[in-house]
Design a protein around this ligand. Structure first.
Ligand SMILES: *Cc1c(COP(=O)(O)O)cnc(C)c1O
Length: 397
């Protein structure tokens, strides 16, 4: 790609996201490689223990991805063909794919305009005798209204499995996300709050569910690698279910152990950046800042602005292009599920089905927010956004 804009030539490209890997992570990975235990070993156990501490959950199971964890959580909860699982249209494909992988039917319920999370009243309208579970997403790192959601689930005897990919470090009414429902599943994909390259963690207070997830993550074997290959282990095992190969490696966990130790510092930095953006965007009528409720602690995985397109002469794609010309990377979270070709066809959905999601989506732009971003970078992004908004202000307002 050639950069023709003079602005881009002067200023270095500011990427949308960047992982923060330090020397401790690197040393731990090297130590793991030298140790001989590459998977199912002590680093995975230590990472799981760290996650139990951070979330307060009694069980944590490290997995190859958040997607794998959500798939297994649904299976372990007994979700299968004929069942319906309700989730949000404003999410990543994986949230819906895992419901399909379990053989169940995804049912979407629109989000709320005031936090972009699934609307509990909309869920209630979508409940049928086949509904078995809810799969809420804590959009951008802001927890859903968990009291209302759990009360509804209790009334209708539904399981709740949280897509907590954005919510590492988030809290609801003082409680960390991870121990509030049947299960929560976190992601360590490189742009997430902490990373293991790829990876996920399921947390739960339900020992049976944790055991079943662990079993299914290791081909359905009655014994894991540690029990089979460590000193004092025994090689015999039985297959108890047709499982998957979804376990986390010790190389991934080596990264995770140190990333988790830095979570508080990372989150403080993300919060600082969000506050900085909020101040710099105060009184800019062309955009709405990310909504934030009082009773939560935000993980600030995303900082999504929402353009007020009726005040602008350009659309979101053009706005993103102008940011790119100024050397600023952005993203869009998310193209709504019901607008993708596969789900339109498979779920008989289409434009107009989720008006709140669509109205939010039209103007959504996720701005860079990550620990190593400096204050000057935040100021540069905010100045560019304000400049573009001003240059394309619709006259007569
Ligand atoms: C990143 C993400 C996932 C997938 O996580 P993986 O660890 O990559 O499988 C699922 N849901 C949401 C909302 C995400 O943003």
């Amino acid at each position: 790609m050639t950069e023709s804009s003079p602005a881009a030539a002067v200023e270095p490209f500011l990427p949308f996201a960047q992982p923060e890997i330090g020397q401790e992570e690197i040393d731990e990975v090297v130590d793991t490689l030298r140790s001989g235990w590459l998977t199912g070993g002590p680093k995975v156990q230590a990472f799981e223990e760290g996650f139990r501490d951070v979330t307060g959950a009694s069980h944590a199971v490290a997995l190859s991805s958040c997607t794998a964890g959500m798939h297994l959580a649904l299976l372990a909860a007994g979700i299968g063909p004929g069942d319906e699982v309700i989730t949000t249209p404003l999410t990543f494909a994986a949230t819906v794919n895992v419901i399909l992988h379990a053989g169940a039917t995804p049912v979407l319920a629109d989000v709320r305009e005031d936090d972009y999370n699934i609307d509990v009243d909309e869920i209630e309208r979508k409940i049928t005798p086949r509904t078995k579970a809810l799969l809420p997403v804590h959009y951008g790192g802001q927890p859903c209204r968990m009291d209302e959601l759990q009360a509804l689930a209790d009334r209708h005897k539904l399981r709740v499995i949280e897509d907590a990919a954005h919510a590492i470090g988030a809290r609801y009414r003082g409680q960390p996300i991870g121990a509030l429902t049947d299960a929560a599943v976190f992601s360590f994909y490189p742009i997430k709050a902490i990373t293991t390259g790829q990876g996920g963690m399921l947390t739960t207070n339900d020992a049976d569910l944790a055991n079943q997830v662990r079993l299914l993550s290791l081909h359905g074997l009655s014994k894991n690698a540690w029990n089979r290959y460590s000193k004092g282990g025994s090689a015999e095992y039985q297959v108890l279910a047709p499982g998957f190969n979804y376990a986390m490696t010790d190389i991934q966990a080596a990264l995770g152990i140190h990333q988790l130790k830095r979570l508080e510092a990372f989150q403080a930095r993300r919060t600082h950046i969000a506050n900085q953006y909020n101040a710099l965007f105060a009184g800019v009528p062309e955009l709405i800042r990310p909504p934030m409720r009082d009773e939560i602690v935000h993980a600030w995985h995303l900082y999504p602005i929402r353009l007020q397109l009726d005040r602008l002469t350009i659309d979101r794609a053009h706005f993103i292009e102008e940011l790119r010309e100024r050397g600023i990377g952005t993203s869009v979270h998310f193209i709504p599920i019901h607008l993708h070709p596969y789900y339109r066809k498979a779920l008989s959905l289409g434009p107009g089905d989720f008006p709140v999601t669509e109205a939010i989506y039209e103007g959504l732009i996720s701005l860079p927010i990550y620990p190593r971003m400096e204050d000057a970078g935040v100021e540069r992004v905010a100045a560019a956004v304000r400049e573009i908004a001003e240059a394309h202000r619709r006259p007569g307002r």
